[in-house]
Structure formats: structure tokens, C-alpha cells
Design a binder for this molecule. Structure first.
Ligand SMILES: [Zn+2]
Length: 339
């Protein structure tokens, strides 16, 4: 009896090591998900949206200081820049921005961090947020805690969750680029620069999940667990399905598609950084909390953020990225930008 027992036992052990369970009810996902905490989000946001950063105007010393803080967080979690770059910085030259709303801006930088995929490293998921804001006016600092300090800290928190999975031996199968863009407030300049000078080819870019303001509520939705998701089915029916399933299984928020109505006058699909990916045929989903009373006011402060909501919405983007990165087939592109 004993003779047979030992080999049988080792076969069971072997097979459980060979196939990691990547599903939402598996340990791999949940051990990573639980690293996304309100405490971390709050700690980082109080720094990013502090007066010391001077409102993070594009190219200002305050923005550069915020950038240094962001890079330090990646270094501390053991995440590096893309292997094809020699630093975290992609310089966006003043000459590039000196048109239209960017006129008169100094040089600035996009910040890129990267986790290489274990099975399909050439296929890239981009998770983005802008880290600039509107600066200081008449001595008053516009801290931009929600816009877009919330997205900035969410992207870092998602990176930490994927890095935890990697350390545990089940890192993402596709690669993930964590992209902190500059110049959004002057006309999506940093993301436009990235799209014009992509580090990894747009043809290999599977999807862009963009986060711009996810820590507050708008007047019609306060008290609800919700988030606006914009553009998720414009280019890919798969992307919307994946996002909905992630939400049903993990976060259970109310997903609001109001801004997907082609008749909506705000036309938000065309108005944040994700559009620079969408216009190149990359499926996008944009996560947003709506327009509230402190939008672009000096009162957009870290103490007004709903950290429980910020955590949930960050977890939704993480869960969506997890499936995009680990599923067998790359998502289909079966739609067009102008429907
Ligand atoms: Zn913004």
C-alpha cells in the first residue's frame, strides 16, 4: 500500500504546482487584491496632493517632485522602468508642447514603470493616469487630490498588487505598463506624446485602462457604490464583458454608462488620455467619478476623498487588468471609434 501511496502523492503535488489558478476565487488573485488598501492609497495621496507639490503644474518643480515620489514608490516595491529605457522618464520636450494650449510650457516627463509578462511579454496592457494638475494661482495651491491624484495613487497600488503576484510566482502572463502622463490639463499632451512615440508598438498594445478622478462622487450619485465606465465597448465587446464580469465577481459596484450615450454633450470618450490610444485602434476603458463641486477648485483636497470608494474602484481596475493580462486569448478588436 505504502509503495503506491508515495508516487501518487507526488503526482498530485506536481500537477497543482504546474497550473496556478488565476480565477477571481483563487488565492493568486485574492492575495494580490488584498494588498490594495485604503491606508496605502491615503498615505500616497496625502503626499501627491500636498502643498509641497504646488499643484503639479506641467513642468513645474512641484510636478517634478511628485514624479520623484512616484518613482521612489516603484523602486521600493521592486518595480523598474521598461527594459528598453534607461530610466523611468520619457521626456516630453517643450518644443512638442508649444502649440495650442501647451504654449509656453517647459520640458516635462511621462513616467513609465513596467512588469514583464511571463508568457506573452510582447503583448502590453497600459494602465494610465495623469499626474499633472493646474498649479498655483494667486498664491493658492490647487492640490488636485481627485484630479488626478486619485488615479495616480491607484496606478501605483495596482502595480504593487501585480508585483505581489509576481513575487508569489504567478505574475501577469502579458506585460503591464504603468503610465503616468504629464500635460493632460493642457490638452492631453503627455499621452499624445506617448502615442506618437510609443515605447512598445501600438499594434502590440492590447488595451488601455485610464483612470482620471475616482475618489469622489458627483451630485447625482453620492451615497451609491458606483463608477462611470466610459468607452469600454467602443472598440472591443470583450473588454466590456471582462470589466462587467470582474465587477460582478469582485467589486459589485454600479457601473454607470451614462457617458457612453453618443448624444451625451460632454463627449468624454474623446476628452481624456485614453483617446490617444483609442484613436490608434487600442481598446480603452476610462474610469471616472463625475464632475463635483471641487472640480478644478483649490478645495480638491485629500481630506475630501472617499477612501472606501477609491479602494473599490482601484480594485475594479486591477481585476479587469488581471483578466486582460492572464486570459488565454488577446481581446478582440471588433468596433470603430465613431459609432
Ligand atoms: Zn484629470
Amino acid at each position: 500500500m505504502k509503495k503506491f501511496f508515495i508516487p501518487l502523492f507526488s503526482v498530485v503535488l506536481l500537477s497543482s504546482c504546474a497550473s496556478v489558478n488565476y480565477s477571481y476565487d483563487g488565492k493568486a488573485f485574492n492575495h494580490s487584491l488584498e494588498t490594495i488598501t485604503q491606508q496605502n492609497l491615503r498615505k500616497n495621496l496625502y503626499v501627491i496632493a500636498s502643498d509641497e507639490m504646488g499643484g503639479r503644474d506641467t513642468g513645474s518643480p512641484g510636478q517634478k517632485k511628485a514624479g520623484e515620489y512616484i518613482i521612489k514608490q516603484y523602486q521600493d516595491m521592486g518595480v523598474s522602468h521598461p527594459d528598453v529605457m534607461d530610466s523611468f522618464y520619457q521626456k516630453v520636450p517643450a518644443a512638442y508642447m508649444n502649440t495650442g494650449r501647451g504654449a509656453g510650457l517647459p520640458d516635462s516627463e511621462n513616467i513609465l514603470a513596467f512588469i514583464k509578462g511571463s508568457e506573452k511579454p510582447d503583448e502590453i496592457i497600459v494602465i494610465s493616469a495623469h499626474y499633472d494638475h493646474v498649479g498655483t494661482k494667486n498664491g493658492v495651491v490647487y492640490n488636485g487630490a481627485d484630479d488626478d491624484g486619485s488615479g495616480t495613487v491607484a496606478v501605483m497600488e495596482i502595480a504593487k498588487a501585480f508585483q505581489k503576484a509576481k513575487k508569489d510566482g504567478h505574475g501577469p502572463k502579458r506585460s503591464i505598463l504603468f503610465l503616468h502622463v504629464t500635460g493632460e490639463e493642457h490638452g492631453l499632451l503627455g499621452s499624445k506624446y506617448y502615442a506618437d512615440h510609443p515605447i512598445y508598438p501600438m499594434a502590440n498594445t492590447v488595451a488601455n485602462l485610464n483612470i482620471d478622478m475616482i475618489g469622489r462622487c458627483d451630485p447625482g450619485n453620492c451615497g451609491k457604490d458606483y463608477v462611470y465606465v466610459i468607452g469600454s465597448e467602443m472598440l472591443s465587446t470583450d473588454l466590456k464583458k471582462i470589466n462587467v464580469e470582474a465587477n460582478n465577481k469582485v467589486t459589485k459596484l454600479e457601473l454607470n454608462y451614462k457617458y457612453d450615450d453618443p448624444k451625451d454633450p460632454q463627449r468624454l470618450y474623446y476628452r481624456s488620455d485614453h483617446y490617444n490610444f483609442a484613436k490608434n485602434g487600442v481598446p480603452v476603458a476610462f474610469f471616472f467619478d463625475g464632475i463635483h463641486e471641487d472640480y478644478h477648485k483649490p478645495t480638491d483636497d485629500a481630506d475630501k476623498i472617499d477612501y472606501a470608494a477609491l479602494q473599490k474602484r482601484t480594485q475594479l481596475v486591477f481585476a479587469t487588468a488581471w483578466e486582460l493580462a492572464n486570459r488565454k486569448d488577446r481581446i478582440v478588436v471588433d468596433g470603430k471609434n465613431n459609432r
